[in-house]
Write a new protein. Structure first.
Length: 318
């Protein structure tokens, strides 16, 4: 289910990101969009696609599109938009404010994919990797623009995977459009740069204002860059791992960095109907079943908060 909402709001003369729809359901996917300029419904338009937050183990991934009439390409170039990764946060905010002010000819839409959506998609029984998820999200945004009445003729995409195969895939899906897929498209085409800025600003705000659904107490938000190879990020992952329930939904648990920490720090699961070899594989680690078993000499051990909050107590006999 996709929520549809505005993210460009005027407050004290400045544009802010209003992500309340996503924040209230940050375990799911949310679509946000600007109004479609009337000019985009009557003139041939170009559209750019880019994403933000593909690599981090923390926070959502955001896909963005921007579109404008072909006759306004020069206007967009004069704004001097650039690849969002080369800009400071303040520069991105300033450029987003400027882009959002071009309501008469520039429109955009975003798809925010929560860490939960990303990881559950990647770990489902039928193989569905991050590239496939990215491709499907981009296709859905192009279709959204067409369904909204935008007169698209040209589409520029920052590639995910081999550019030629991706371009062929998109061209087959949208044969009426002229599609260009390039590596570093966000540095080559201003309309892609604009999409990149919108996506990155949305992700920055989503991460900065993340509302933890779990009761983590006074959680430390100093997690570094959020990328798997960042020592500060790894330290945060270790400190915020629950031995039974794993990570909060801020974490992409399908990332190998997170899985490695779970394997080494969390309580192993033992399946009673498994082989004896599997039962012994936990080594010296404590079994998950031990958290549910009752021991008379262990009456003083404080149960996990999951059981306390639900007023659950262990029983010896049913």
């Amino acid at each position: 289910n996709h929520s549809r909402c505005w993210i460009g709001c005027w407050e004290a003369g400045a544009v802010i990101m209003d992500l309340r729809e996503f924040e209230q359901n940050n375990w799911s996917s949310c679509r946000l969009h600007s109004p479609v300029p009337p000019l985009c419904r009557t003139q041939q338009c170009c559209l750019g696609i880019d994403e933000a937050g593909r690599g981090p183990v923390l926070g959502p991934m955001v896909y963005g599109i921007c579109f404008c009439p072909l006759s306004k390409k020069q206007d967009l170039e004069e704004v001097k938009v650039a690849d969002s990764k080369t800009l400071t946060e303040a520069e991105r905010e300033r450029l987003f404010e400027k882009l959002d002010s071009f309501k008469d000819y520039l429109g955009w839409a975003l798809q925010i994919l929560s860490p939960n959506v990303i990881s559950t998609s990647m770990q489902q029984r039928a193989k569905y990797n991050l590239n496939a998820l990215s491709h499907d999200t981009a296709i859905a945004l192009i279709q959204y623009a067409l369904d909204s009445g935008v007169q698209l003729s040209e589409v520029f995409v920052d590639t995910v995977g081999p550019a030629e195969k991706y371009q062929e895939k998109l061209q087959q899906r949208f044969p009426e459009l002229e599609i260009t897929v390039k590596a570093k498209a966000d540095a080559l085409f201003p309309i892609v740069s604009a999409a990149s800025i919108c996506a990155k600003v949305a992700r920055d705000h989503a991460v900065k204002n993340w509302k933890f659904l779990e009761d983590l107490g006074d959680v430390n938000l100093d997690y570094g860059s959020g990328y798997p190879n960042d020592p500060k990020t790894k330290e945060w992952l270790v400190k915020n791992l629950d031995p039974i329930f794993g990570y909060p939904q801020f974490v992409r648990f399908s990332w190998s960095t997170a899985q490695t920490i779970v394997d080494s720090k969390a309580v192993p699961v033992r399946w009673d109907d498994g082989d004896e070899d599997e039962k012994a594989s936990s080594g010296g680690n404590q079994s998950m079943l031990s958290f549910f078993s009752w021991k008379k000499d262990d009456a003083r051990r404080k149960p996990h908060r999951f059981f306390q909050e639900r007023k659950l107590e262990p029983v010896g006999d049913l």
